[in-house]
Design a binder for this molecule. Structure first.
Ligand code: AMP
Length: 542
């Protein structure tokens, strides 16, 4: 017997319709590429997203056509999110931090038929357009009078001229909720990048989950700043969850330096912000010297890389901001776990509670997880046994776009490539990427643990731990460290700092000071590049 409830597909357009009807006057604030602040409402987003849909119809874009963006977080990008996906096309967000060769490769692989870009990325477009024969229209996200002349880019239009003339009337189509809605290529540290292809169903379910109290706890009372880019995994789904709850949205545009982000948080009374550790590092670095405080920020979700305990402490103890440590990946839309406490933890001392908060957290309903050993045998949830982390759920990839890389699943589970422990309360702790873990004398050393200790030193701004070959131990850890401006810290001092904080055999064999550590397109440390730079490095005494 089937249930007798109405059958409505879960479609991204329904999120925007809801925001328009119930939170039409809710504000969307964007710092524009031009530097000024733009303000309008959810009703305006809905009206203009319908114009985008009409413009796509007028251009003959077919159902499931890939429409690409190379854009910062801003209102026009939001309109593309809804106009493209809502009308049945697939929004392909491209990471502008990638090399032009990779961008051209990705645009061709995705068979993008149009590409909309912020003017900051005109040089990128000029570098790739001749190599993207499928792209029949290039849309500059700007006013008609700002359209660059003599850019050399063919079929170039301004966004406002392209969609501004269109009718604001449009009926969002109804179709199978399993249809593709958007796509995002993985960082592709090895081989060519592969694309996760999200569906309307997976995106709407993820939006529900992301808004839950034990996840981002989003509500109509929040002013939300996604510093996480809309060009990578849909800004952790915030553009969708925000419409679902009708919160105020604040977009930082290209200004991601500490000062600009801090000022935006203050001026727009932001209560919740989301970003990777490097962004918050810059902001805290800006705030500390001037003794600046937050007047409205309550919580921040930090993920994408391990959040150093020192950062969690600084937010909590110095600024009274709750840090929600999160773990996820492109293949998971991206949310997998988020660290919030349980009822039984409320009586604990602040120090004990902090020890839990440092972990990456508990699974969100919709994500199943397990850790397995090299033979695929499930390991216990005791907080000690570590193994390969496998996941499954309705917003986890089943297969990559065009079947690239073959079947990624192992008995229905997606192997994340991360190594983790899970404790008896279900709290996950990421030990490492499996390829970054350091194998020393048959034991494993977590590069994340070694880095976290280093950045707790007041003189260290950033640190990366890698394994180097050792004739006896197989591998030994060394630490590449960047000093804070003006800080005086020696190799010996930093090595001494490790004493008592980790087992002796886990202390790095050497410290290499550097001016900078290479970061990839998503802000993660590029350990492949570090290893290459240090390929001729010899451990002391060898
Ligand atoms: P991406 O698909 O580019 O978003 O990268 C996903 C990967 O980032 C994960 O598989 C992890 O290796 C890493 N990652 C994400 N969040 C965290 C976190 N909170 N702690 C440690 N690693 C993380």
């Amino acid at each position: 017997m089937l249930g007798l409830m109405q059958d409505h597909p879960l479609l991204i357009s329904s999120l925007l319709e809801f925001a328009e009807h119930h939170h039409g006057d809710g504000q969307i604030v964007s710092r524009r590429v031009e530097g000024d602040i733009h303000r309008y409402t959810w009703a305006d987003v809905a009206r203009r997203a319908r114009q985008v849909a009409n413009a796509l119809d007028a251009d003959g874009a077919a159902f499931s056509d890939r429409i690409a963006t190379l854009a910062w977080n801003g209102y026009r990008h939001l309109e593309m999110y809804y106009g493209v996906s809502g009308s049945g096309r697939v929004l392909h967000t491209i990471n502008p931090r990638l090399h032009p060769d990779q961008i051209a490769w990705i645009a061709n692989h995705a068979e993008d038929s149009m590409l909309a870009f912020d003017l900051s990325f005109l040089p990128l477009v000029q570098a790739v357009h001749a190599r993207c024969p499928n792209v029949r229209k290039w849309i500059a996200l700007c006013d008609a009078d700002k359209l660059p002349q003599d850019s050399g880019v063919p079929n170039l239009v301004s966004y406002e001229a392209w969609m501004g003339q269109q009718s604001t009337d449009y009926t969002w189509p109804t179709f199978d909720e399993n249809s593709a809605s958007s796509m995002c290529y993985t960082s592709g540290t090895t081989g060519n990048p592969k694309a996760a292809l999200y569906s309307h169903r997976s995106s709407v379910l993820h939006a529900y989950a992301a808004a839950l109290p034990d996840v981002m706890c989003l509500s109509a009372r929040d002013s939300v700043l996604p510093v996480v880019p809309m060009f990578h995994v849909n800004a952790w789904g915030i553009p969708y969850s925000a419409a679902m709850v009708g919160c105020k949205l604040v977009f930082p545009g290209p200004a991601l330096d500490g000062k600009s982000v801090y000022e935006l948080i203050e001026s727009e009374k932001v209560s919740f912000a989301a970003g990777v550790p490097t962004v918050w590092q810059m902001m805290l670095g800006h705030m500390k010297p001037g003794g600046l405080r937050f007047s409205t920020l309550k919580r921040t979700v930090i993920g994408g890389s391990a959040c150093p305990p020192a950062m969690i402490r600084a937010f909590q103890d110095d600024y009274g901001v709750e840090v929600l440590h999160a773990w996820g990946m492109t293949e998971m839309s991206p949310l997998g776990t988020l660290c919030t406490l349980k009822n039984k933890h409320m009586e604990m001392s602040p120090e004990d509670r902090l020890a839990i908060r440092l972990k990456q957290g508990r699974a969100i309903f919709g994500v199943d997880m397990k850790i397995v050993d090299g033979d695929g045998q499930e390991l216990p949830w005791d907080g000690k046994a570590y193994g390969d982390l496998h996941v499954k759920g309705p917003w986890v990839v089943r297969e990559y776009f065009k079947g690239e890389g073959g079947d990624p699943l192992v008995n229905g589970w997606f192997p994340t490539g991360d190594v983790a422990t899970i404790d008896a309360d279900g709290f996950l702790q990421i030990t490492d990427r499996s390829k970054d873990v350091i194998k020393s004398g048959g034991e494993w050393i977590s590069s994340i643990d070694i880095e976290n200790i280093a950045v707790a030193h007041p003189g260290i701004a950033m640190a990366a731990c890698i394994g180097v070959h050792h004739p006896k131990w197989d591998e030994r850890p060394i630490l590449v460290a960047v000093k804070r401006p003006g800080a005086e810290v020696t190799r010996e001092e930093l090595l001494k700092f490790y004493e008592g904080k980790t087992a002796k055999w886990q202390i790095p064999d050497d410290i290499v000071f550097a001016d900078a550590i290479p970061l990839g397109a998503t802000g993660k440390i590029l350990k492949t590049k570090l290893r290459e730079t240090l390929k001729d490095y010899k451990l002391p005494g060898l």
